[in-house]
Design a protein around this ligand. Structure first.
Ligand code: FE
Ligand code: FE
Length: 212
C-alpha cells in the first residue's frame, strides 16, 4: 500500500521535526465524545461515561477560565516560549510527566511521536523507538490487547516496553484510529496495565483521572 504525501511533508522530512503539537481548544469536548464512544459495550462503560461528564465540565471551565488553568495558560503561550525539559518525559510547558505517546499520521507530523502531558495536554516531540525514561533503544518490545476490531499489527494502542528499566509507555497510532485520543484511550485500556504489571513492568505515566 502506498502513502500519499501531503503538502509540507516533503519539506518537513528535510528539516527538524516540529517540536510542539498543541492540543485543539476543544480538547476536553473531544475527550468526552471519545469516552462516550468507547463506553458503548465496554465492561467499564459506566465509569468511562462518568469521566466523559467530568471532561465536559473541564471544557466549560476552559471555555470560561478560572480553573482548568494549566490548559488555558498553555493555549495562550507562543510556541517559541517552550524549550525541551531536562528529561524526555517531562512537559516543556508545565514540567509534569507524560501520560502517553501519540504517533501522528498527517502532513508534516506524519510518523512523528509526540508525548502528551498528563496535566496541561501540551504535546512535545520525542524520537520514536527510544525509552523516554532511560533513553535506551535496545530490545524495546510492543504489547497490545487483543481486539476484534483491529487486525494483528494494527492495534491503535500499544505499550512500548523497555527491558532495560522495566518501564512502559502507552502509545496511540493514529494511522490505525484517526479519532483516538490519549486520555480516553488510556482509561479504556486499563486491562493492559494490569497485564503488564503481571509481566513485571512498571508504569510511571500518570493519568489524573485515575489519581486518588
Ligand atoms: Fe504540561
Ligand atoms: Fe528504559
Amino acid at each position: 500500500m502506498s502513502t500519499i504525501l501531503e503538502p509540507g511533508q516533503i519539506e518537513a522530512a528535510a528539516s527538524a521535526p516540529p517540536f510542539l503539537h498543541l492540543p485543539p481548544a476543544n480538547l476536553f469536548a473531544l475527550r468526552a465524545a471519545r469516552l462516550d464512544t468507547l463506553a458503548a459495550g465496554h465492561a467499564l462503560g459506566d465509569y468511562l461515561r462518568l469521566i466523559a461528564s467530568l471532561c465536559r465540565i473541564q471544557q466549560s471551565l476552559l471555555d470560561e477560565p478560572l480553573q482548568a488553568a494549566w490548559s488555558h495558560w498553555l493555549l495562550s503561550l507562543p510556541d517559541a516560549a517552550l524549550k525541551p525539559g531536562d528529561n524526555l518525559c517531562q512537559c516543556p510547558a508545565c514540567g509534569s510527566p507524560a501520560m502517553a505517546g501519540v504517533i501522528r499520521h498527517r502532513g508534516k507530523f506524519n510518523g512523528l511521536r509526540y508525548l502528551v502531558c498528563s496535566l496541561c495536554a501540551c504535546e512535545w516531540h520525542a524520537v520514536r523507538v527510544k525509552c523516554i525514561y532511560c533513553e535506551q533503544s535496545k530490545g524495546l518490545e510492543y504489547f497490545n490487547l487483543e481486539d476484534d476490531r483491529h487486525a494483528a499489527g494494527k492495534a491503535p494502542l500499544r505499550a512500548e516496553c523497555c527491558p532495560g528499566c522495566k518501564v512502559y509507555l502507552k502509545q496511540l497510532y493514529l494511522e490505525c484510529d484517526a479519532d483516538a485520543e490519549a486520555l480516553s484511550a488510556d482509561l479504556a485500556s486499563l486491562a493492559l496495565d494490569l497485564r503488564l504489571d503481571q509481566e513485571g513492568y512498571q508504569r510511571l505515566a500518570p493519568n489524573l483521572m485515575l489519581a486518588p
